[in-house]
Design a protein around this ligand. Structure first.
Ligand SMILES: NC(=O)c1ccc[n+]([C@@H]2O[C@H](COP(=O)([O-])OP(=O)(O)OC[C@H]3O[C@@H](n4cnc5c(N)ncnc54)[C@H](OP(=O)(O)O)[C@@H]3O)[C@@H](O)[C@H]2O)c1
Length: 235
């Protein structure tokens, strides 16, 4: 599927990976880019239309689906993380909160926009997941749980939307250099690289995107006798 000439909605487009998506989509010749953010005033990108959208707010989602009926590609990028151990009962609220953003958000947005994508020829849904859909880090348990659930969600959406011709793309990055990883000293890939790989995947109708060595190593290990979800990622 070509990006040039398409109408694309990106969630969490005011900073980090979402901002890069919006910029790169404009550069790639998208006809229109709806740069969705909780505070549309915080979107500082030339050539996009900033729109209000909190992915946990059903009214925002309904209003967006009513108004932006020309969308052909939905990029579920907005996401959040927390730190803490799941063995600590205090972490349960964090799991609930992350589910709202990382799972229910992409679920509700895709429900709202699937009929629009169908009317507009099929199009695509991109879910920004993580390598932590497949492996765990002790300090990021709630995030792993939410991104594993979001991976399962993505696989279901792919099955449900196949018949209407909607490409459903899962993206599984390791660390990316954004605010989310400000305190992380491990090697990170750039938002430019991740977005470049995702846009290339859409153009080739590829349904799974691995953007770095961590993602490729974890994926490759899954079918071995020692998958990295049993042994842990080397750190
Ligand atoms: N950075 C990494 O290492 C990494 C690795 C793998 C996957 N990812 C995934 O990549 C995606 C983008 O993350 P990032 O690295 O760009 O993180 P980031 O710099 O922290 O940005 C997060 C974005 O999500 C938005 N957001 C959070 N909650 C929202 C809500 N309820 N409604 C609407 N927008 C909301 C934020 O908006 P506000 O400005 O309003 O907070 C912000 O635009 C996420 O899905 C993340 O899980 C990141």
């Amino acid at each position: 599927m070509q990006i040039k000439g398409k109408v694309v909605l990106v969630t969490g487009a005011n900073r980090g990976l979402g901002k890069q998506f919006a910029k790169s989509l404009v550069e790639a010749g998208a006809a229109k880019v709806y740069a969705a953010a909780r505070d549309p005033g915080s979107v500082k990108i030339e050539g996009v239309e900033a729109i209000p959208l909190d992915v946990t707010n059903p009214d925002d989602i309904a209003a967006a689906a009513k108004r932006y009926t020309d969308v052909q590609v939905l990029i579920n990028n907005a996401g959040a993380t927390t730190r803490g151990l799941l063995t600590d009962p205090a972490s349960t609220q964090g799991v609930r909160d992350l589910f709202e953003v990382n799972v229910i958000g992409p679920l509700a947005l895709t429900q709202a926009f699937a009929p629009i994508l169908k009317r507009n020829g099929g199009g695509a849904v991109v879910n920004v997941l993580s390598v932590l859909s497949w492996v765990a880090l002790p300090s990021g348990g709630a995030y792993s749980v939410s991104k594993s659930a979001a991976w399962a969600l993505t696989n279901v959406q792919r099955e449900e939307l196949r018949e209407q011709g909607t490409l459903v793309v899962a993206v599984h990055p390791g660390y990316i250099d954004t605010d989310m990883t400000a305190g992380v000293t491990a090697p990170k890939t750039t938002p430019e690289h991740v977005v470049g790989e995702v846009l290339a995947a859409i153009q080739r109708d590829r349904e799974e995107v691995l953007v770095d060595d961590t993602g490729r190593a974890v994926k490759e290990s899954l079918s071995t006798a020692k998958p990295l979800y049993l042994t842990g990622i080397p750190r």
